[in-house]
Design a protein around this ligand. Structure first.
Ligand code: WQD
Length: 342
């Protein structure tokens, strides 16, 4: 199997992907600065992966913006990189654009330069549906216009452009840009999950924290959207399905000729905010009180993926529905009310 560098591997999607990659037999080096994650997540990944993977996970505390840290992480070479390290809060990106351009774009540039220096030209990049901005057509396919409306989305579009440029300039690059829709849920063991710092920006962790009693009430951003029940519709994808999509992307890149793949990773199924609330209450047995308030600036009524290209190129589709996302998300939150600090 392959030797992989996983940047940001201690994070929500990174940790779940590390577990799936270990279970597939790969050996991993994780580079993470732990600014937005906890080393505890990787201790639990090792626990879940079991004795067969005892020597297959090496963790390096460091930053993708540091060429010396990258050199340490790539020492001994690697067959491919899965690049999660980055900042992802839309609101924060508006308040701190230079930080987002530094971490997300300069960090990616440093990584690519370090990869070239050690002869590794295979990368899976953690991109985002946020770069579509306010979609004109739903479901959204990969040829939809790229028109991000916040610095976070701009940085994702910029890194995708950087990757396209390097693929054009040099032979041998094998690249997959994976555009995530709305990753939610947790590993079914309840040992791994989403652990945002501070007040959650995203719906699912906020609902989860209301259910466990950390928050008193959910604010539903808008009840007058042109959707079946008036609340916003999104394409939620179970984080385990997302992790398996990354494993499939690594396998395809390593098996096939150099190429640049750009793929939506979503379910193709939309669910409204109120549907998520009801599903989470059913899964947790806990009430999730809410109040409908004004729309959040920059929100779209609906954002749902056309997942057919990923199905065709990766032979991968989501397997888990909203009830599993809520069941597993509650397993995590109820066992870890304060996240990894519990
Ligand atoms: C979902 C729906 C809100 C919070 C984000 C970002 C980015 C991306 C994940 C990676 C919307 C509504 C939300 C709340 C609410 N990650 N909502 N009350 O906005 O689709 O995009 O997706 O790239 O983080 O782009 O996700 O979870 O913030 O919102 O009513 O307290 O829930 O209006 O309809 P979003 P979200």
């Amino acid at each position: 199997m392959a030797k992989l560098l996983i940047t940001g591997g201690a994070g929500f999607i990174g940790s779940h992907t590390c577990l799936v990659l270990l279970e597939a037999g790969h050996s991993l080096v994780v580079l993470d600065n732990f600014d937005n994650s906890s080393p505890e997540s990787l201790r639990r990944v090792q626990e879940l992966a079991g004795p067969a993977a005892a020597d297959a996970l090496k963790v390096i505390k460091g930053d993708v913006r540091s060429s010396s840290d990258l050199e340490r992480a790539l020492a001994g070479g690697c067959d491919a990189v899965v690049h999660f390290a980055g900042l992802k809060a839309v609101g924060e990106s508006v308040a701190k654009p230079l930080l987002y351009w530094d971490v997300n774009v300069s960090g990616s540039r440093e990584l690519l330069a370090a990869m070239r220096a050690c002869g590794c030209r295979t990368i899976v990049f953690s991109s985002s549906a946020t770069l579509y901005g306010l979609p004109e057509v739903v479901p959204i396919c990969e040829t939809a216009p790229i028109k991000p409306i916040n610095p976070y989305g701009q940085t994702k579009a910029a890194v995708e452009q950087m990757l396209a440029d390097i693929a054009t300039s040099e032979a041998g690059w094998r690249i997959a840009c994976l555009r995530y829709f709305n990753p939610v849920g947790a590993h079914p063991s309840g040992r791994l999950g989403e652990d945002p710092n501070g007040i959650p920006n995203n719906l699912f962790p906020f609902v989860s924290q209301v259910a466990v009693g950390r928050r008193s009430r959910l604010s539903v951003f808008g009840g007058d959207w042109p959707t079946p029940d008036g609340s916003g519709v999104r394409d939620y994808i179970h984080v385990m399905d997302l992790a398996e999509g990354h494993r499939a992307a690594v396998d395809v890149l390593l098996a096939e000729d150099p190429q640049l793949l750009t793929l939506n990773l979503g379910s193709g199924q939309g669910h409204s905010v109120l549907e998520v609330v009801a599903a989470f209450e059913a899964a947790s047995g806990q009430a999730v009180p809410y109040e409908v308030v004004a729309r959040r600036p920059g929100d779209a009524a609906s954002s749902v993926a056309d997942p057919s290209l990923a199905a065709q190129r990766l032979r991968w589709r989501t397997q888990r529905g909203l009830s599993e996302m809520c069941r597993d998300g509650w397993a995590w939150q109820s066992a870890n009310p304060q996240g990894y600090a519990s």
